[in-house]
Design a binder for this molecule. Structure first.
Ligand SMILES: *[C@@H]1O[C@H](CO)[C@@H](O)[C@H](O)[C@H]1NC(C)=O
Ligand SMILES: *[C@@H]1O[C@H](CO)[C@@H](O)[C@H](O)[C@H]1NC(C)=O
Ligand SMILES: *[C@@H]1O[C@H](CO)[C@@H](O)[C@H](O)[C@H]1NC(C)=O
Length: 219
């Protein structure tokens, strides 16, 4: 924590979820002043986790509403607004709830907007697949295989031929100057470090056509 006396500001680094709470400042000068703010530190979330956001403010006749980006949050079977809209509760957060949330507080004389809470919902991988460049694959040509998966964050990809791992990692596998020795069933595995889930693609058979196909046999 770094305190800057000239601006009365506080910088917190390497936040942990238990740094959440109410922080108060008292400025002692000719005219004493004070203020407070509530800091909520969110961990990375996994899909289906329960999440609660709370909004607090001082004043009278306050009304609270929550915004998700630029749209107002409304209650649904997964989303509850309770405690006079001060509490936004997800019974089970979904990937589509990813977004920037703010609370708006108003009364007849003023209107305030809270800090933004960035909700990140990690999921997947799902639907891992390999898309190969177009056959036929002639000896000496280059074959490019791309791997994709539906995942947040982006997964780490590894490549396998007949279930043996290749030394090459990454979404693109490029096989240069191929020969029949490259024949095999290729698959990729997508690993999401946040969900710790690995999903393998269906295998894609690659068959390189040999020179012998084009040779004439003379007697
Ligand atoms: C937040 O907004 C996204 C679209 O931007 C929507 O799909 C999602 O359902 C919204 N979630 C809530 C809780 O409002
Ligand atoms: C919200 O968090 C996500 C994931 O951590 C990040 O990619 C995105 O840039 C953040 N958005 C803002 C506006 O901070
Ligand atoms: C690829 O898999 C199919 C079906 O399992 C098998 O018949 C074929 O022999 C395999 N090809 C190679 C080159 O291992």
């Amino acid at each position: 924590i770094i305190y800057f006396p000239s601006t009365a500001s506080l910088e917190l680094r390497n936040l942990l979820t238990n740094d959440s709470g109410e922080y108060r400042v008292e400025i002692v000068s000719a005219t004493a002043d004070q203020g407070s703010t509530t800091l909520e530190v969110l961990a990375d979330l996994l899909e289906n986790a329960p999440v609660t956001l709370r909004c607090s403010s001082s004043g009278s006749s306050l009304t609270f509403l929550w915004m998700n980006g630029s749209t107002e949050v409304t209650a649904s079977d997964r989303v509850q607004l309770t405690n006079e809209n001060k509490t936004l509760n997800f019974t089970s957060v979904s990937r589509y709830d990813q977004g920037l949330y703010r609370c708006h507080v108003s009364n007849p004389v003023s209107h305030k907007i809270s800090e933004t809470v960035n909700i990140t919902v990690n999921y997947g991988p799902e639907d891992t697949r390999v898309s190969p460049s177009k056959p036929p694959y002639a000896t000496g040509s280059t074959i490019i295989l791309m791997c994709s998966a539906n995942s947040r964050p982006s997964p780490h990809f590894t490549w396998h031929v007949n279930s043996t791992k290749l030394p090459h990692d990454g979404e693109k596998l490029q096989l240069m100057k191929v020969t029949m020795s490259n024949n095999g069933n290729y698959s990729c595995r997508a690993f999401n470090p946040k969900t710790s889930v690995t999903v393998e693609s269906p295998p894609v058979p690659i068959t390189v056509t040999g020179e012998s196909d084009n040779m004439f046999v003379s007697q």
